[in-house]
Design a protein around this ligand. Structure first.
Ligand code: AMP
Ligand code: ZN
Length: 489
């Protein structure tokens, strides 16, 4: 089946066709590293990891860039207020560089905990200052920039399709605009490419503005400055992946400003379409409320762990929703994801309790039982994801396939099919079922056989004693009408 994705640019679900058959180029807007990521942020990266996994399963080689914003993201998207990194530095009594390094490392550690595949290029804005200045230079040479006392701005009037991507009503926006603080901007939605460090401000992160980029004689030998937030994504994407990328992802909050601006500056510079497909994840709410630091309702991975939930529990919780739908985080919802994952693990360990049969006709048995064949389920799982990353449907396929094993004797379960299915789940959804469900040791296996013998001999006392011994090893025994099965407690 072909891969279909909802493209924000065309507002349609389309068959995905990359520019080159060799590889898919993908850009993901990464985090601003001034604090720990919260569950809402992680939601975005879990969905885009699922996208990468689906692309790989669809036969593509993926080259992905993800940025780490470590400079220039101001408190307000309208290029006003403080730089979030400098603010974080003051909050913690450290330098902006230290803040960036600490939270970027925590981000990478969180990605590992969540089993997110590392992007081919995980790059920091501060490592791409030259490329960002090069882009400003190209835009300046094309005559689409202007200078104010506080920086170099993009003149959106010179990019006629500015409002198209987000279907902005600029006239209404202008009428409703509050009194602009920055009166030198030609249009309220013009945005800073490069900001000058205000006189008297002591910034940790700043670079000399190249002479050819500013025009007014200032009398000072050097004007220090720093890049605007939007610039980094265009500069990194185009310098690493080329002028046109196949897929660009971000959150819905990026559509009206950040991505609109990325498109304007990239396309004004290259004269080519910046990205073919744009994917946007909807937001996660918490207890039905917007996630907000000021409301104090954010949760970090660490806080979830302190409440007894693992990164994988969060991962499955997120996958229960489709990326375009708004999510709602509650501890009840997280608990139900945790239960679901535990249940799946109890099926995953059945692979240690089943064997390939010599007459290997299990697949037929499976189908004859009216249960969905495990191999067919692996295919159905992939197809659900290829259908615009329909993760809720993928999880339903898994529930159905696993529960069909309830009515099987262990000997009748298609061993090879079960292994393939578990691998398909791990490859596509990154739930680490295989790694979280090791086999039991030989000693435990002996106890299980002894217990079975005791049961056969109706020696219930011995059977109970052996059950307790196994429980001490965190192994639970379930006696079903189709025989006894073990699972990890
Ligand atoms: P930031 O660090 O603020 O740049 O955000 C990092 C990523 O998290 C961005 O892609 C945002 O779109 C995304 N994001 C922020 N809040 C939420 C939320 N509540 N739900 C889902 N994604 C979010
Ligand atoms: Zn971006």
């Amino acid at each position: 089946m072909t891969l279909r994705l909802h493209n924000t640019r065309t507002q349609q679900v389309e068959v995905f066709e990359p520019l080159s058959t060799e590889k898919v180029t993908l850009y993901t807007c990464g985090p601003t590293v001034y604090d720990y990521l919260h569950v809402g942020n992680w939601t975005a990266y879990i969905y885009w990891d699922t996208l990468v996994r689906t692309l790989i399963a669809s036969g593509y080689r993926v080259e992905r860039v993800m940025n780490i914003t470590d400079v220039g993201h101001l408190v307000s998207d309208a290029d006003e207020g403080e730089d979030k990194l400098e603010k974080g530095a003051r909050r913690e009594g450290k330098t902006a560089w230290e803040i960036a390094e600490f939270y970027a490392e925590d981000f990478v550690a969180g990605m590992e905990k969540l089993g997110l595949l590392p992007p081919e290029h995980l790059v920091k804005a501060t490592e791409f200052i030259d490329q960002q200045l090069d882009l400003v230079r190209i835009l300046k040479d094309k005559g689409v920039t202007y200078q104010t006392t506080d920086g170099i701005y993009f003149d959106t009037a010179k990019f006629p399709s500015y409002a198209e991507f987000a279907h902005l009503d600029l006239a209404a926006q202008k009428a409703g605009a509050r009194v602009e603080q920055n009166t030198q901007k030609r249009q309220p939605w013009d945005f800073a490419l490069w900001k000058f460090t205000p006189a008297g401000e002591n910034r940790d992160m700043q670079w000399p503005t190249p002479d050819d980029l500013f025009e007014l004689p200032t009398g000072s030998a050097e004007i220090m400055g720093f890049p605007g937030w939007h610039l980094e994504c265009s500069a990194m994407a185009m310098s690493i992946l080329g002028p046109t990328i196949d897929i660009h992802t971000g959150g819905i909050d990026h559509i009206p400003v950040h991505h609109t601006n990325e498109i304007a500056q990239s396309e004004a510079a290259s004269g080519q379409r910046f990205a073919t497909v744009w994917l946007h994840n909807n937001h996660l709410k918490i207890d039905g409320t917007k996630v907000s630091k000021s409301l104090g309702n954010t949760y970090t991975l660490q806080q979830l762990q302190e409440n007894g939930y693992s990164a994988m529990d969060l991962r499955l919780f997120v996958l229960q929703g489709q990326f375009q739908n708004e999510g709602n985080f509650t501890f009840d919802n997280l608990a139900s994801a945790k239960n679901r994952l535990e249940k799946w693990r109890s099926y995953a360990v059945l692979r240690h309790q089943t064997h390939d049969r010599l007459d290997d006709d299990n697949q037929k048995n499976d189908a004859e039982r009216g249960s969905i064949s495990l191999l067919a389920a692996s295919g159905a799982l992939r197809e659900a994801l290829q259908d615009n990353l329909n993760t809720p449907e993928a999880l339903r396929v898994i529930d159905q396939a696993f529960s069909s094993l309830d009515s099987c004797r262990l000997d009748d379960i298609y061993h090879h099919g079960l292994i393939e299915f578990i691998r398909a789940i791990d490859e596509l959804l990154g739930l680490q079922l295989e790694q979280s469900t090791p086999d039991i040791d030989d000693d435990a296996k002996r106890l299980i056989i002894e217990r079975q013998r005791a049961r056969d001999a109706k020696d219930w006392q011995a059977s109970d004693r052996l059950r307790d011994q196994l429980a001490k090893k965190k192994i639970l025994i379930n006696d079903t009408p189709h025989g006894s099965r073990w699972q990890w407690a």
